[in-house]
Design a protein around this ligand. Sequence first.
Ligand code: SF4
Length: 174
Amino acid sequence: MNRGKKIVLVSHCVLNQNSVVKPYGRKAEDFKDLLMKLIEENIGIIQLPCPEISLYGLKRWGHVKDQFETPHFRKQSKLMLENILDNIIEYKNNGYEVLGVIGIKGSPSCGISTTCRGDWNGSIGSGGDLGEKLKSLREVSEAGVFMEVLKKSLIEIEVDVDFYDDFEIFMEKL
Ligand code: SF4
C-alpha cells in the first residue's frame, strides 16, 4: 500500500490557471517545483473550488476584497467547501494528516498573507471618478474572503493547519 496518508489543499488555480481573471494566467510550468515536490513526497492534492469562476464566471472584472465581503459570498463559499470539509473529517477520523492549505498571494478570494483592497464600486464610466477609484487599490496584510471562510470552517471541525501563499516556505516545511 502506497498511501502517504498526507494531504494538502490547494487553490483551484494552482492546478488550473484557466480560471484566473483575464488577462492573467501563468504557465503550468510556473507551478512545477511545487507540484513535483508534492509528487515526490507522495502527498495527496485536494483542489479547492474557484469561488470567483463559480460566482462571476470567466468574464468577471478583477475585484477587491471589499466587494466580496458580503453574506452571500461567504455563504456560497461555505457551500462550495461543504463536501471537501466532509472529506477532511473522514480523513482525520482515519489517521490522515492535512499538511496545509496553499493559496494565492494578493487574491481577494484566495490570498493568505496579502489581499487587495480598494474603494471599488459603481458603474464603470459613470460619475467620472473611475481613475480615482482605481488608484485606491492597495495591498493589505489580510487573507482573502474565501480563505477566511475556509480557515473558520477548519477551526469548526477542529482541524488545525497552516496556510501558505509562499510555495518555497511550504516546501521547506516538508
Ligand atoms: S478565486 Fe482563487 S482559485 Fe479562483 S482564480 Fe482567484 S485565486 Fe485562483
